[in-house]
Every structure is written in C-alpha cells, then in structure tokens.
Design a protein around this ligand. Sequence first.
Ligand SMILES: [Zn+2]
Length: 138
Amino acid sequence: MYSISKDLHFCYGHRLLHHPGKCRHLHGHNARVVVRLERAALDELGMVCDFADLGRFVKGWLEREIDHNLLLHRDDPLLPLLQGVGERCYVMDRNPTAENIAQLIFAEVARAGFPVVEVALHETASACARYRGDRPSA
Ligand SMILES: [Zn+2]
C-alpha cells in the first residue's frame, strides 16, 4: 500500500454549544490539517497522486469555505446576529469540534475523487482529532 500526505494550515474561529468549559466562548485556532491518501497501485507516473493537485484542491476549498471564517452550529443563537451585520460564517449541522471539522474536510476531499483515508486536524500543537474513512480500492 502506498500513502502520501499533505500538510496545510488555516485559521478559524468557533465556539461549542453546550460545552461546560471555556470552549463555549468565541475563540480561534491556527490549525494544521494533514490529508492522507492511499492506493494499492501507483499511477503511470509512479505516484499515489500529484502533491500539487491534492494541495491545490484542499487549499482552494479551505480558502473558499473555512479559512478566516467563523464556524458555528446552526442552532447557535449568535448566528442571526452575526449574519445580520454581514459577518462571514460557515454553518454546520453539528458542533464545530475538531473531530467534525476533520470529517467535513475528509468528505470534501473524497467527493472530489481523491483516495483519502484519513484527515488529521491539529487544533493546537498538542491536540489532534482524526477522521478515518473506508480504505479506497486501488
Ligand atoms: Zn476551539
């Protein structure tokens, strides 16, 4: 099995609904995301995937959707207020935890056709959430 990964960085703000601690307050992270692809066989160039193609897609999606954005649960009472003053928000059906953000990125990379097997979201230097999907065939 061959594997490659690409590291990217982005910034986001969020808060977690119903969290008993400080994560219920608006705050931000400088996140590092590591997207890992796997294939049993290499392509005609000897690659799992061109790093540039993977990086271009993930970087573009991050910049369009969640980089320098505020990720909020759709039930967050702040949402109408922030949207009412024109603030940029990315609305999620689930709490915007590192786990759910990792799964969101995984789903987008998979939808684009990359053989993604894992997305790791490093929310801080010491805290990392991972989402692993089914291993793609070849
Ligand atoms: Zn946080």
